[in-house]
Design a binder for this molecule. Structure first.
Ligand SMILES: [Zn+2]
Length: 339
C-alpha cells in the first residue's frame, strides 16, 4: 500500500506534497461513457480523495469497445453505468470515496452535486448538459475541463472561472467541432487522447500548479494526423451571459431544461417526467405483464420489449424509448405503457 503512488510522487511537479493535495480533492465527473470511464479510472488510480460520477444510462454491448470500466456481465444485466463504474472503481482503489448517481442531471441537481467540488470533468455526449456545466462552473467558481470526441477527432479546453473564456464565449468565436451529436462512430484511441488531455490538466489543477495549465484549445484528428492548439484568450467577452460582468447563467433556468431528448447516435428517445418520481418497478412489471412482450428487471431499472420497441424505465420515472427517433411516437409509447 505504502508505495502505491511512488511513481507519481517521483514525478517532480507532483511530489509528496502534490500527492497530499490530490488526496484532499473532490472531482465531479458528468457522464460515465467513454470519456467518463477513462477519466474516472485515471483519477482513482492517481489517488483523488473523492470522486462523484453521474450518468443517466445503462451498459450496452456497443459500449464495451471503448468504455473501459465495463464488462460483458454489466452489459448482459443492463447495469446502470454509474453503478457499474462505482463497483469497478472501488476494486481499483478502495481508498477513494466514490459516490454514484443514476440521473440525467437537472440544473438544480447539479447545483447540489457541485457543493464541495474542486473540479468538474465534462464527459457528456450532449450540448445541453455541457452548457449547464459551464454555467455551474462560473456560478460556483469551480474549474471544468471540456472534452468531446467523435470518429478520430477530439477537442479539449480547460475553463478557469475569472481567467479563461468560458464555453459560451468560445461558441461565438471558434468553430467547435465535436459538439454535435453524430453517428459517425468512434475509435478508442480518440477517446484515450481526449482523456489524456483532460486528466493531465486535472492533475495540474488538483496539485494547484496553475502555471502549467495548457491555456489553449487543443484539437486533433488521429486518422488524418492533424493537431492544433489555438490561443483563445482574446475570446473572453465582457458581456458573456455566463462569465461576463453581469452573468444570468441562462442554462440554469428552468425553461432551458430539456425534458425530452433524442439520444446521441442512437435510435432512442429519453423522456423525463416534469417532476422527479419514485416508481415501484415491481408494480409496473406486474401491470405490463398483461400486455405481452418481454419484461426484464434489475434493482435499478425495468426493460419491456414488444415488437420493434423496447422501453427502459428507471426508478426516478425517467424512460428510454429504444427503436425510434420520433419524439411524438416515444411519448405515446411512454403514456401507453408507463403513463
Ligand atoms: Zn463566457
Amino acid at each position: 500500500m505504502s508505495d502505491r503512488y511512488s511513481r507519481q510522487t517521483l514525478f517532480t511537479p507532483i511530489g509528496e506534497e502534490g500527492q497530499q493535495k490530490i488526496k484532499q480533492k473532490h472531482v465531479l465527473i458528468i457522464g460515465a461513457g467513454a470519456l467518463g470511464t477513462g477519466n474516472a479510472e485515471a483519477l482513482v488510480r492517481a489517488g483523488v480523495g473523492k470522486l462523484t460520477i453521474v450518468d443517466r444510462d445503462y451498459v450496452e454491448w456497443s459500449n464495451l469497445q471503448r468504455q473501459q470500466l465495463y464488462t460483458e456481465k454489466d452489459a448482459d444485466a443492463r447495469i446502470p453505468k454509474a453503478v457499474a463504474a462505482q463497483n469497478r472503481l472501488s476494486e481499483i482503489n478502495s481508498d477513494v470515496e466514490i459516490e454514484a448517481h443514476i440521473l440525467d442531471a437537472t440544473p438544480q441537481e447539479l447545483e447540489q452535486l457541485v457543493d464541495g467540488v474542486d473540479l468538474i470533468l465534462d464527459a457528456t455526449d450532449n450540448f445541453d448538459t455541457r452548457m449547464m456545466i459551464n454555467d455551474i462552473s462560473q456560478k460556483y467558481e469551480v474549474p471544468w475541463i471540456y472534452g468531446a470526441c467523435v470518429s478520430s477527432y477530439g477537442i479539449s479546453f480547460t475553463v478557469i472561472p475569472g481567467e479563461t473564456p468560458c464555453l459560451n464565449c468560445l461558441l461565438e468565436s471558434v468553430p467547435l467541432g465535436g459538439l454535435t451529436c453524430d453517428t459517425a462512430g468512434i475509435i478508442s484511441p480518440t477517446v484515450q487522447m481526449v482523456v489524456a488531455y483532460q486528466t493531465a490538466e486535472a492533475l495540474k489543477i488538483l496539485v494547484e500548479d496553475w502555471d502549467a495549465l495548457r491555456k489553449k484549445l487543443v484539437s486533433f484528428d488521429l486518422w488524418s494526423n492533424q493537431q492544433t492548439a489555438i490561443n483563445v484568450s482574446k475570446a473572453k467577452k465582457d458581456n458573456c451571459l455566463s462569465c461576463g460582468a453581469e452573468p444570468t447563467y441562462p442554462h440554469l433556468s428552468y425553461e432551458n431544461q430539456t425534458k425530452t431528448a433524442v439520444l446521441c447516435g442512437r435510435d432512442s428517445v429519453q423522456i423525463r417526467p416534469p417532476e422527479r418520481q419514485e416508481r415501484n418497478l415491481d408494480e409496473v412489471a406486474e401491470r405490463l405483464s398483461a400486455q405481452g412482450g418481454t419484461i426484464e428487471q434489475n434493482p435499478f431499472l425495468l426493460s419491456f420489449s414488444k415488437g420493434e420497441q423496447r422501453i427502459v424505465l428507471f426508478k426516478d420515472g425517467r424512460a428510454l424509448i429504444h427503436g425510434t427517433k420520433d419524439i411524438a411516437e416515444a411519448k405515446s409509447l411512454y403514456h401507453r405503457y408507463l403513463g
